[in-house]
Design a binder for this molecule. Structure first.
Ligand code: ATP
Ligand code: MG
Length: 722
């Protein structure tokens, strides 16, 4: 052993101990949620180091970078040493690092730029118009669908042609154009030194496959490879691991097939089943004790997965005694559901639960809007995870484009963006300048020499000054920020005249983000690989906020209290996922959500939903909940909602929490019987109109003079009869 402290293995059960101390050969740990898979990896990193494996030879692959960092921090604590030299991160992050180092074997320059989904869609748009596809008359697929197809084919290791026939049969008449677009997209990225997320994986695999030398180098560089959440890897990732370990097969994969939630992105949980075939001497270890949740929570989560079509192989038990049964809450609508969450959060806080130990989980980002409003009104700080990222919005992309061309002057996507910001420069001119710049030996010189049109001369001169300034001398990232901002600010205020003060916050936040980096390239990489969440929901430090998160972003985490909201029919499972495999994936998603809870679990749904097109619809509870044994949860109903009290006995006694205000201070909405077809009404926003139909017990269709047809709900619409 080296100079590190001995790792105390007494806090492992027998199966965990076996996994941790098996140093050589392939190991597969297949086990349910909360059974200590991730913890086993943490101990194993420490154990390997203690037994003389150099930290830089250990590769730990996780689903997020943050997860890897946290795991390595914990390994370090076990050793009383730093694990800073262990290579830990995501597949994409590791691919990025290795491609910059070894990518020359495939002809890649080391300064390629990583593009995100929005960039990819931007390229598709450029190509669509330059190829003349998708004129308004044709039913040509949108950029979003096109990128989904192209990316889907890569991640499912399928030919695009087959994917179109299988999943987009209604678009197959466009197949030739789709294939052409795919080819041009590939060429565009190559010519511009760009890689999308998929390219990172594909090229990492190609490098391992095509260059014997690189395969040997990488396989010797990492003597031990570990992968968490193996159920959410796709075939390319499984191949990468196999190739990267080809000289030693020291691979440990841990996963839970019942938690596979990324098959929509090509993940394939059969990777777990296949593992012993790929590595014939695999030692398979199962963990069956759950250390996370109380027995009542475990009983319910076991029941969720018991009804799955696929029979998962694990039964979990917990030794934790006591605990309260999970609660099921039905609100009248999303507002009442939100009020319930707010109130319970307050009660939990009053009982001493730290705020960051409480999480509200939902299926999609927009499901928490009502709750965000209520939290805002109450002054509870929260952070939202899994929504739009800081660097995904237009103004941030604008800002970043300057830095991106400095790092990679061949990035014509960014050139185009920069030029389009100039007043009086349209797409044609921008493309012409971009083309000139791209073919020149020194793009910046070519730009400076470009004959500007009279109407945009001035702005163009400023732009050239900016680049002269940026390239004039070495600058720290905070300095780069200031220089770019000085140039961009007036343009920004003009381009986003209606809402730039709101957007300014993002630019302010970027300043702090940039200050955390030493070099430009790694900052730019992270804007695509690990972009920060926009910070606009609170003032306290991140560690002291309520967590609002999509379920996908909560994978692997645990909290004392978990609320799962929006568990209504048609919303969870999503109405479009009514069949077979998709339905099963939604069930696993609920399983992942519910298994995050240690002590308190609340399953909530609104009886009435607002659909994305602002219609109201009644809803029952999710079929996944109806299936559950009724003894497994406590029902809290909203029948007595008007007094601000909910029935049910799981209420946590909390004298300190202020009572909810009694009936909302809203005037009594009119009854539907007061309206009739043809009756004239007025609405505070839409103005005057005529009722065309009483479309539901509380809804009516109104044709407004200036705003057309709307379906309105009497409880919300504030209609006046004229
Ligand atoms: P998931 O499938 O959700 O990722 P997991 O299998 O990775 O779960 P961990 O997160 O590693 O589970 O562990 C769950 C909790 O149980 C953690 O708080 C961990 O510290 C605790 N735990 C695991 N094993 C033990 C043990 N042997 N003794 C005490 N606590 C343990
Ligand atoms: Mg885990």
């Amino acid at each position: 052993a080296g100079g590190v402290a001995a790792v105390d293995l007494s806090e492992l059960n027998d199966a965990q101990y076996e996994a941790v101390t098996t140093v050589d050969g392939p190991v597969l740990v297949i086990a349910g949620a909360g059974s200590g898979k991730t913890r086993t990896l943490v101990y194993r990193v420490a154990y390997l180091m203690q037994h003389g494996i150099p930290p830089e030879k250990i590769l730990l692959l996780t689903f997020t970078r943050k997860a890897a960092q946290e795991m390595l921090w914990r390994s370090g604590r076990l050793l009383n040493d730093s694990c800073g030299r262990v290579v830990g991160g995501t597949f994409h992050g590791t691919a990025n690092m290795l491609l910059r180092r070894y990518g020359a074997c495939l002809g890649f320059a080391s300064n390629f730029t990583i593009i995100d989904r929005a960039d990819a869609e931007g390229i598709i748009n450029l190509l669509k118009s330059s190829l003349g596809f998708g004129g308004a008359s044709k039913q040509f697929p949108s950029k979003r669908v096109l990128i989904s197809m192209i990316s889907g084919a890569v991640n499912k290791s399928m030919e695009l042609e087959d994917l179109v026939f299988e999943q987009y049969a209604h678009l197959s008449e466009h197949l030739d154009d789709i294939l052409r677009l795919q080819r041009h997209y590939g060429e565009f990225k190559r010519d511009n030194g760009l890689m999308d997320y998929d390219d990172l994986l594909v090229n990492w695999k190609r490098m391992l496959q095509e260059s014997e030398e690189v395969r040997r180098l990488i396989s010797e560089r990492f003597s031990h490879i570990m992968v968490d959440e193996y159920q959410d890897t796709n075939l390319i990732q499984a191949d990468i691991v196999r190739l990267a370990a080809s000289t030693h097969d020291n691979v440990m994969a841990v996963g839970d097939d019942a938690q596979s939630i990324y098959s929509f992105r090509g993940a394939d949980f059969y990777n777990i089943m296949r593992f012993p075939k790929v590595y014939p001497d695999t030692r398979i270890i199962k963990l069956e004790e759950n250390y996370r949740s109380t027995q009542p929570i475990l009983a319910l989560t076991n029941d969720i997965i018991k009804n799955a079509a696929e029979k998962y192989t694990k039964t979990l038990f917990s030794r934790t005694e006591g605990g309260v049964r999970p609660a099921l809450f039905a609100g009248r609508d999303e507002r009442e559901e939100a009020l319930f969450v707010v109130r319970r959060v307050r009660e939990l806080l009053a009982l001493g639960t730290p705020i960051q130990e409480i999480a509200v989980l939902f299926r999609s980002g927009f499901h928490s809007y009502k709750l965000e409003l209520e939290l805002g009104a109450t002054g509870i700080d929260f952070e939202k995870r899994g929504g739009l990222k800081l660097t995904e919005s237009a103004h941030m992309k604008d800002f970043l484009s300057f830095l991106r061309v400095v790092a990679n002057p061949r990035d014509s996507l960014s050139w185009n963006r920069i030029l389009l910001q100039l007043d009086k420069v349209g797409p044609k001119t921008a493309q012409k300048i971009t083309a000139t710049v791209m073919t020149a030996g020194d793009p910046f010189q070519a730009l400076a020499g470009y004959p500007a049109g009279r109407s945009w001369q001035q702005g163009f001169a400023r732009l050239n000054e900016l680049f002269a300034d940026l390239r004039g001398r070495e600058r720290s990232l905070p300095e780069l920020y200031e220089v770019v901002l000085a140039y961009y600010q007036p343009i920004f205020e003009q381009l986003f005249a209606d809402d730039y003060p709101k957007r300014q916050k993002d630019l302010d936040q970027l300043k702090g983000v940039m200050a955390g980096y030493q070099d430009l390239q790694s900052f730019i990489d992270d804007t695509a690989l690990d972009p920060p969440e926009p910070d606009q929901h609170g003032h306290r430090r991140a560690e002291e906020r309520l967590v609002l998160s999509t379920i996908h972003s909560a994978k692997g985490l645990e909290f004392d209290a978990v609320f799962v909201i929006g568990l209504a029919e048609g919303r969870f499972p999503h109405a479009a996922a009514m069949i077979g495999e998709q339905w099963e994936e939604e069930r696993r998603l609920l399983y992942v959500a519910a298994t995050r809870a240690r002590k308190f679990l609340y399953l909530c749904y609104p009886r009435e939903l607002m659909t994305p097109d602002r219609q109201f619809r009644r809803a029952g509870m999710s079929p996944f909940l109806t299936e559950l044994g009724p003894g497994l949860y406590e029902r809290i109903s909203a029948e007595a909602g008007s007094t601000g009290e909910w029935s049910g006995s799981t209420s946590i006694p909390d004298p300190a929490a202020p009572r909810l205000p009694a009936a909302p201070a809203r005037r009594q909405p009119p009854a539907i019987s007061e309206f009739a077809k043809g009756c004239k009404v007025s609405h505070p926003f839409f103005g005057e109109g005529k009722v065309t139909k009483l479309s539901g017990p509380r809804t009516l269709d109104v044709l407004f003079d200036r705003h057309g047809m709307k379906t309105l709900h009497l409880d919300y619409a504030k209609l006046t009869i004229l």
